[in-house]
Design a protein. Structure first.
Length: 324
């Protein structure tokens, strides 16, 4: 989308939201006008992106977030981790002892460390941590288990640099699901587990199609019509209930402390809650945070509404608490 196209989409979102709010059509009383505009912009913007070929969709996403003022507080270094491009983000002038391996969202088809720079920058500053975000391989060119193998290899390289007790694995959306799958793969292979994991709005069940997937369609900005296609493209013939594809189906015993954040108005709400319940039943120390009135990845609206920043603050506090 060109700069002019972006401005037109923003203007259309402002007009649409203004009309809706005049009619009293606000999905949640917790939504400020700016937050409402942000959600509408994401919904309309991603409907446009989802109509594009994969390469164009990715290219458009790469243009997001570079001017965010959060970037002024951090230093970003391009690097390579386990053979994959990556970015190391640190608070300016700091050499943190704790680190986060961050797995970006994007339905296993889109996104990169660059698209998630604003969220990562805020996390690094608030958690006083080095955040290592890897550009793991994506479907359809490199479906399951390519991205999982990249995540495991990146973690192993980081463990070669520092103690697992100083490490947290985290991710949002598909990256949240990949976080769960990475924990399972590490445990199965006898690799020392991290101090904890954070799963933001995680896609833990690629087979799920009911419940909040239907209830919150049209409220959440995620395009529910593309879920099935994206899930099957990523799985590439593997069963959707294979635990390393959908970690909700795995044996979760023995995993480290996990923070699960989810919005009450998300498509993925029910499966995130179910994952947390299953993990808790398996003896895992789970902190489930259901944010009332929030939509998918509301953290990305931190510039528009205090609740976006508050979600990242809670995430950062967890990292500070579990990682030494």
């Amino acid at each position: 989308m060109s700069a002019l196209g972006t401005l037109k989409t923003i203007a259309a979102s402002v007009l649409a939201v203004t009309r809706e709010r005049r009619r009293g059509e606000t999905p949640s009383p917790r939504w400020s006008w700016a937050f409402h505009v942000g959600v509408r912009y994401l919904r309309d913007g991603f409907l446009h992106l989802d109509s594009l070929p994969v390469a164009e969709h990715r290219a458009e996403m790469e243009k997001i977030g570079f001017a965010d003022p959060a970037m002024r507080k951090v230093e970003v270094t391009a690097t390579t981790i386990a053979g994959r491009p990556a970015e190391r983000t640190r608070p300016k002038g700091r050499a943190p002892t704790r680190a986060v391996l961050y797995l970006h969202g994007g339905s296993y088809h889109y996104g990169s460390p660059r698209t998630h720079r604003p969220l990562i920058a805020r996390l690094a500053a608030l958690a006083d941590a080095e955040v290592v975000a890897i550009d793991y391989r994506l479907a359809p060119e490199a479906p399951f288990p390519a991205g999982l193998e990249d995540a495991v290899a990146a973690y192993q390289e980081l463990v070669g640099e520092r103690s697992p007790k100083s490490l947290v694995i985290a991710g949002d959306s598909a990256g949240g699901g990949l976080t769960g799958a990475t924990l399972l793969a590490l445990r199965e292979r006898g690799i020392p587990l991290p101090a904890g994991a954070a799963m933001l709005c995680p896609w833990t069940d690629l087979a799920e199609r009911g419940g909040s997937m239907v209830e919150n369609a049209g409220i959440d900005w995620l395009n529910h019509e593309t879920i099935d296609e994206l899930a099957r493209s990523y799985a590439a013939g593997a069963a959707l209930d294979e635990p390393l594809v959908s970690p909700i189906y795995g044996d979760l015993a023995g995993l480290p402390p996990i923070l699960v954040q989810i919005g009450s108005l998300e498509l993925l709400r029910d499966q995130a809650i179910a994952f947390a319940d299953r993990a808790r039943a398996a003896g895992v120390a789970v902190e489930l945070r259901v944010w009332e009135g929030m939509v998918h990845d509301w953290h990305f609206l931190a510039l528009l509404d205090r609740q976006g920043l508050a979600g990242i603050e809670e995430f950062a506090e967890f990292v500070r608490r579990v990682a030494r």
